[in-house]
Design a protein around this ligand. Sequence first.
Ligand SMILES: [Zn+2]
Ligand SMILES: [Zn+2]
Length: 180
Amino acid sequence: MLVYFEELPLAGRDFVWQLLTLDEDCGCEPDGPLEARCHVQPAGPGRATIEGRLSGTVLLQCDRCLRTYPFRLDAPFLVRAVAPGVSGNGIPADAAAPIFEASDLDLIELDSPCVELEALMREQLLLTLPEKRLCRDSCAGLCPYCGASRDDQPCDCGQKNTVSAFAALAGPRLGKTKNK
Ligand SMILES: [Zn+2]
Ligand SMILES: [Zn+2]
């Protein structure tokens, strides 16, 4: 969905649509349609403020137990887009009032004074996904020995391993003791 800033009315325009698929590299799948909303507000030559929200549920994979779990998305965002060096109505962009500070983290630079809303929404989605993905904070993860989920089926691998490790250490020592 390509939006040209110069075609926007002064009051801006609202866009509402549904995201049905996500990029494979975002590592998640939508669980039902995701609702995407944006308000694009022109803010001078080559500039616009984009306020949006993405809501719905995505399926993430737990980093510990590898199970898929639903993650509720409700991600409002506000970005300011600027196409450098673009002049509008004969006014060079440099002469425009400095609406944006260069240090703003939410500033995005565009090649031309238009924005691809769907792509922007996908980028924003990646920013809102948790870095550490856990089905729940207390997830015990998988047993490193048998691979069982330690929440579902407690196993005694850890115990066995501790025993065998001690046994291995104890073996030679016992032998030495015997020889003495
Ligand atoms: Zn988990
Ligand atoms: Zn185990």
